[in-house]
Design a protein around this ligand. Structure first.
Ligand code: KIV
Ligand code: ZN
Length: 386
């Protein structure tokens, strides 16, 4: 089994969600939780961007015991100096520096040439290296960058000390096969690749961030950059909980992470509550309905044997149990199961009667709760007596 590093960017890329800015205290609370969850790298912020972000990175650096603490910078000397200053108390500091490498970014953002971008990248990594040993280089918009140029820039920044190469699909445009092929190409064509690891950083504009990250690690990347609940700018980033559970549920891939998956649900709630960003009910792994069954056929199967309709044991992600939700689509098995939990047992005839009454209620109400069951049973008994 090989381990894929989890680089959590909830507090940097994730926090770029409009309206979700966090204060220092909240960031510290989330950082402590992520450290305990077992993330390998915790991107704490972009120190040059604001005094608040500088303070957050400084305080997180003092607090965190296990994870590498990382700070973002552009390929600009002042950014790198400020990132290094904010990281000075970190036990394991990393500077994350980089520049746009696609022709689109080179021409329209920088009005520059490939040669000039190459030079700036080398200079930035060399300068970051004077402050910390661990330097990650990002090739922004790598998803749309020419593979030969990408390999060349990666090779040159490794030569001056980059330890990690971040290959972002910044615009979330790549297809999984294309992103996987890009990682494979880099793995095969960067001569000094044995001195660094490749990292996936995928955005979710087409809903492919998770699939692309998995394609990346299947093709040789050994770090995934992701956020809790997949939050982030526009359609968000790769979901941490999704990549962790995909690798865990598919052991034949022989790739795993060091995340304590039993803490996923509580971490998801914490981030959602603190950011005021609700999690969609059908969100994989951590959504309210991720382990809820409401149709009769599925409920009957799950009651007989959980894995008829569940591929993950809810306890493995910190959810207490699967839920059997009573609606007008539920069958007798689900009703009997839920009624038994609150002390009712019926023979076949009684169950038929109670079920008829249940359906009348269920057509009126969206969902039948435990507290409705006694009234339904009482009404059924009255009907039987009459
Ligand atoms: O999406 C991206 O390209 C980024 C970089 C700044 C790492 O977030
Ligand atoms: Zn990003």
């Amino acid at each position: 089994m090989e381990f894929v590093k989890i680089f959590d960017t909830t507090l940097r890329d994730g926090e770029q969600v409009p309206g979700c800015k966090l204060n220092v205290q909240t960031k510290l609370k989330i950082a402590a939780q992520l450290d305990e969850l077992g993330v390998d790298v915790l991107e704490a912020g972009f120190p040059i961007s604001s005094p608040g972000d500088f303070k957050s990175v400084t305080e997180i650096s003092k607090l965190i015991k296990n994870s590498v603490v990382c700070a973002l910078s552009r390929a600009v000397a002042k950014d790198i100096e400020v990132a290094a200053e904010a990281l000075k108390h970190a036990k394991r500091p990393r500077i994350h520096t980089g520049i746009g490498t696609s022709d689109n970014h080179i021409k329209y953002k920088f009005n520059a040439t490939r040669e000039q971008i190459l030079e700036r990248a080398i200079k930035a990594v060399s300068y970051a290296k004077t402050f910390v040993e661990d330097v990650e280089f990002y090739a922004e918009d790598a998803g749309r960058t020419d593979n030969d140029f990408l390999a060349e820039i990666c090779e040159k920044v490794i030569a001056v000390g980059a330890t990690v190469l971040n290959i972002p699909d910044t615009t979330g445009y790549c297809l999984p096969e294309e992103y996987g092929a890009k990682i494979k190409y880099l793995k095969e064509n960067i001569k000094n690749i044995d001195k660094a690891i490749l990292s996936c950083h995928c955005h979710n504009d087409l809903g492919l961030a998770t699939a692309n990250s998995i394609a990346g690690v299947q093709n040789g990347a050994r770090q995934i950059e992701c956020t809790m609940n997949g939050i982030g700018e526009r359609a968000g980033n790769t979901s941490l909980e999704e990549v962790v559970m995909i690798l865990r549920q598919h052991p034949y891939l022989r790739l795993d992470t060091r995340i304590n998956s039993k803490m996923l649900y509580q971490t998801s709630r914490l981030v959602s509550n603190e950011m005021g960003m609700p999690v969609q009910p059908n969100k994989a792994i951590v959504g309210m309905n991720a382990f809820a069954h409401s149709s009769g056929i599925h409920q009957d199967g799950v009651i007989k044997k959980r894995d008829t309709y569940e591929i993950i044991n809810p306890k493995d992600v910190g959810v207490t149990d699967s839920a059997i939700v009573l609606t007008a689509r539920s069958g007798r098995a689900a009703l009997a199961f839920r009624a038994k939990k609150i002390g009712y047992e019926f023979d076949k005839l009684e169950l038929d009667r109670v079920y008829d009454q249940f359906l009348i209620w269920a057509d009126r109400k969206k969902e039948i709760k435990d507290e409705d069951i006694p009234a339904i049973v009482r009404e059924s008994i009255v009907l039987i007596k009459n």
